[in-house]
Design a protein around this ligand. Structure first.
Ligand SMILES: [Fe+2]
Length: 298
């Protein structure tokens, strides 16, 4: 079993909640995940002071492999010269020199891509063709049993409430590329609420291939929670077995002084077998009929 702890949108600066961050740190220590993923917006205004605090926080965490990626708030919004000529200078100095990364752990290959687009698509983000090639190259040699994970800040599919439903610029092109790469899971943040989605929410596809599972974390340590997570903090705990991915959204609850599970979603792995799990039907004869009906155009 591989365990991934996924938080997002820490937002060091004015919205940062120190008390919740302390609990987040203890949660990481308690779970001791195989991998920690932090999917962007480390700061509120991309200031040196905020980045310095973010760096100190990362340094204070238990020593586990950690994947980071920048978010739109990690680029200066108002310091125009910097936004045009050196948008991620502070991010590279304090958090990660590399903006697109590959992390290999036992059972998974994880590629993070910088989806910030300070000039072209500040709010909804963008990925370039060279970045898609970078991901394809990194995943090319993944073992058949490896989970193929992509991490980027922005969203490919809208949240269930459709608030801020403008998805990543060029999403069709990206989804087609990710399908070719046989990506299993996409992790992101940005919308400040946790949800699971699927690439087929935006491109249904012609075949019954299941699409790619998407999981977003809300803001884990800030007061910027949105919609149903207004003023709330969330993270995802993801358990990967040979046959299943199970994504459990956790909500910070004051009284419990910790992150507690609020919803769990289980997805069969690509090529995984269905038997052995409650609530599933393996090899149901109606499946064949359904495919036949689709092919007949019914
Ligand atoms: Fe954010």
């Amino acid at each position: 079993m591989l365990t991934i702890l996924h938080g997002s949108d820490l937002h060091f600066g004015r919205p940062f909640d120190e008390a919740v961050a302390r609990v987040f740190r203890e949660t990481i220590r308690g779970i001791s995940p195989d991998l920690l993923v932090l999917s962007g917006d480390f700061t509120q205004r991309a200031k040196v002071r905020e980045y310095r605090l973010a760096r100190e926080f990362l340094d204070s965490l238990p020593d586990v492999p950690t994947v980071v990626t920048p978010g739109n708030h990690d680029v200066p919004l108002y310091r125009v010269w910097e936004r045009v000529f050196a948008p991620l200078r502070n991010y590279r100095q304090f958090l990660s020199e590399e903006l697109d990364t590959v992390t290999r752990v036992e059972g998974a290959v994880v590629v993070s891509l910088n989806s910030t687009a300070p000039l072209r698509a500040v709010v909804n983000g963008h990925l370039t063709d060279p970045q898609l090639l970078f991901a394809a190259e990194a995943l090319k040699d993944a073992r058949p049993t490896d989970l193929r994970v992509l991490v980027f800040h922005h969203h490919l599919a809208p949240a269930p409430d459709y608030e801020s439903d403008q998805v990543l610029k060029g999403y069709q092109r990206c989804i087609r590329a990710f399908e070719k790469m046989k990506v299993d899971l996409i992790l992101g943040g940005h919308l400040h609420r946790s949800f699971t989605a699927n690439t087929q929410d935006v491109i249904p596809g012609k075949r019954k291939d299941g699409g790619i599972v998407i999981a977003h974390s809300g803001t884990t340590t800030s007061t910027r929670g949105r919609a149903r997570e207004r003023n709330k903090n969330t993270l995802n705990l993801i358990g990967i077995s040979r046959e299943w991915m199970e994504i459990t959204h956790h909500l910070y609850v004051d009284g419990a002084n910790g992150f507690v599970p609020m919803a769990s979603h289980a997805f069969p792995r690509r090529g995984g077998a269905l038997p052995g799990r409650a609530g599933t039907v393996a090899g149901h004869p109606a499946d064949d009929d359904a495919v036949g009906a689709e092919e007949r155009g019914e």
